[in-house]
Structure formats: structure tokens, C-alpha cells
Design a protein around this ligand. Structure first.
Ligand code: HEC
Length: 266
């Protein structure tokens, strides 16, 4: 029911079915169905310049609605621990992109709903697989993301819904069996920094290998080698897509992630 409190009346129609779900299956994690009319009536639109748009590979200008107030509203209606919250962006074909709440709320993101380079109501098409498509109705853009931190930002398009969910409900196969405090802390860190690229038992991203199936690196590398592989993957593969974590994670944090990975080997 919480969603009704902050969105204007037009949402009632879209959220009709959710009211029933909220009553029968607590806890319902907050979500919002995106509509230009409803969002624009609540949040002031802003023009945003993207210097290197990853979809169009050029400079683009968009009319947008800011993401931050939307996810902060979701956060107000969220009963979990926000440091473990994952923002889930769903596209119209069902594709889901995820970002830890801590990252999504730290830098201004914008939901582009109009391409200012073309006639109003139109979008410039781009090649996507075998077809041409457009990012409508919403495309998530990050004007301030730097190349260095690129891996933190998701740029999903054709967005229709945003939700906030706890990592352990989203990545169920990656939840550790062990109640050990370090293992649990390791899972939190893993879902903040690693799960966008690595799955555990199929739950998570696919940019890098699954870290339990078929091989768990904690079972094949010594603790010190595994630590180096996590802290600086470039040392082993200069062209890797894996970021360097030396300035992001402390020694004790990496050790907790290692204990988390190791917990799947017994
Ligand atoms: C942006 C994507 C990305 C992120 C984020 C990421 N990795 Fe990776 N990781 C990769 C890729 C890709 C590889 C494959 C090997 C390579 O490219 O060097 C890899 C390889 C690894 C390996 C070696 C696996 C093996 O069997 O040799 C480990 C261990 C690992 N990552 C752990 C982590 C941990 C722990 C985190 C979070 C602190 C993390 N990674 C974050 C992309 C990522």
C-alpha cells in the first residue's frame, strides 16, 4: 500500500493489481511502474548532456526525470537494511539490470524520456542485435560517471519499472548457508561489489565466471593468491574487465569475501 502514498493519482490504475499482492504476500518490496505523465507531474524535468553515450556512441542531449528522488521514495517504504538493498530496473521485455542502492543513490542518475536530437515524440533508432530499436519509454543515464568507475553504473533502456529489494531475496542461490558473522558480512560485500559481474550457483551477473560452479576459486587458489586475484585482477590479466579493488576494499573486507566464497566449498 505504501506506494500509493507518494505517487499521484494516475498510478492508482497501474498499481491496481499490486494492492492485492501487498495484502496477501508481506513483505512487499516497494516498486514503481514508470509513466512519463505521472513522473513529470511530480518531479521537475531536466535537460542532461551525455558526452559519451554508450548506446549511441556519441554526444546526446535528453529531457530527463531525476532518478534520486524516485529511489529515495522507494527507500522510505523499504523495511530492509539499505546497505544490502538492490535497485532492480526492469525493461519492457523483462530484462532486469541491478545496481546496489548505495551506488545508485550516490551519483545523480536520470531517466531520459525524450531525445532532444530528434523531433519530439521520436527517438533515434540504434542497432540492437539483429534489429533496430529505440530506448523508449525510459533510458537510464549517468552524466557524471567517470571512465574509471564505469563498472558501477547500469545504463538499461526501455525501462518500465523500478523496484528495491534485499540482495538475499534477489540472488537466492548466492545466500550462504553458514550463519558465521564473517561469512554473512562477506555476502553483503559480495552483493555490493561483485555480484553484478559474478554469479554464485547461477544467481548474479555473467560478465565474469560463476564463482562456485563449476569451479570455486577458494578451492583451487591459496588464500594469498585468491586475495591478489580479487585485489588486482589486472596483475594476472592486463585486459580484464574486473576492476582493481585495492583502493575500494580493505584487507579485512577481502578476507570476509574469501570466507564467504570458501563457505560454499564445505
Ligand atoms: C565489472 C565486472 C567484475 C566485477 C565487478 C568483479 N569481477 Fe571478478 N572477474 C571479472 C572477470 C571478467 C573475470 C575473468 C578473468 C579475467 O578477466 O581476468 C573475473 C575473475 C575473477 C576471479 C578469478 C576466477 C578464477 O577462477 O580464476 C575471482 C576470484 C574474482 N573475479 C572475484 C571477484 C570478487 C570477489 C569481486 C568483488 C570484490 C569481483 N570479482 C568483481 C569481472 C568482474
Amino acid at each position: 500500500m505504501n506506494v500509493f502514498k507518494f505517487f499521484a493519482l494516475p498510478f492508482l490504475v497501474l498499481f491496481g493489481h499490486m494492492a492485492i499482492a501487498d495484502v496477501s504476500t508481506p513483505p512487499a518490496w516497494p516498486s514503481v511502474q514508470l509513466s512519463v505523465e505521472a513522473l513529470a507531474s511530480r518531479y521537475p524535468a531536466k535537460t542532461v548532456l551525455i558526452r559519451h553515450d554508450p548506446v549511441y556512441q556519441t554526444e546526446k542531449n535528453y529531457r530527463t526525470i531525476p532518478l534520486q528522488p524516485i529511489i529515495k521514495q522507494l527507500a522510505k517504504h523499504y523495511s530492509g537494511d539499505l546497505s544490502q538493498g538492490i535497485v532492480v530496473f526492469t525493461s519492457k521485455d523483462g530484462y532486469q539490470a541491478t545496481m546496489p542502492y548505495m551506488d545508485a543513490s550516490a551519483t545523480p542518475g536520470y531517466l531520459a524520456f525524450q531525445d532532444l536530437g530528434v523531433k519530439k515524440g521520436h527517438w533515434q533508432p540504434f542497432q540492437f542485435g539483429e534489429h533496430k530499436t529505440t530506448p523508449a519509454p525510459f533510458y537510464l543515464v549517468w552524466p557524471n560517471s567517470t571512465d574509471k568507475e564505469k563498472w558501477r553504473y547500469a545504463w538499461p533502456f526501455q525501462l518500465t519499472k523500478i523496484a528495491l529489494k534485499p540482495a538475499d531475496q534477489l540472488f537466492t542461490n548466492a545466500v550462504p548457508q553458514s550463519a558465521n558473522a564473517d561469512v554473512q558480512a562477506g555476502f553483503k560485500l559480495f552483493s555490493r561489489y561483485c555480484i553484478r559481474c559474478h554469479a554464485i550457483n547461477g544467481s548474479g551477473g555473467s560478465v565474469g565466471p560463476d564463482l562456485n560452479y563449476p569451479v570455486n576459486p577458494a578451492a583451487i587458489y591459496s588464500e594469498s593468491v585468491l586475495k591478489q586475484r580479487i585485489m588486482n585482477a589486472r596483475h594476472f590479466n592486463p585486459k580484464t574487465k574486473m576492476p582493481v579493488f585495492e583502493n575500494i576494499l580493505s584487507d579485512s573486507q577481502v578476507e570476509k569475501i574469501q570466507q564467504y566464497l570458501k563457505s560454499f566449498t564445505h
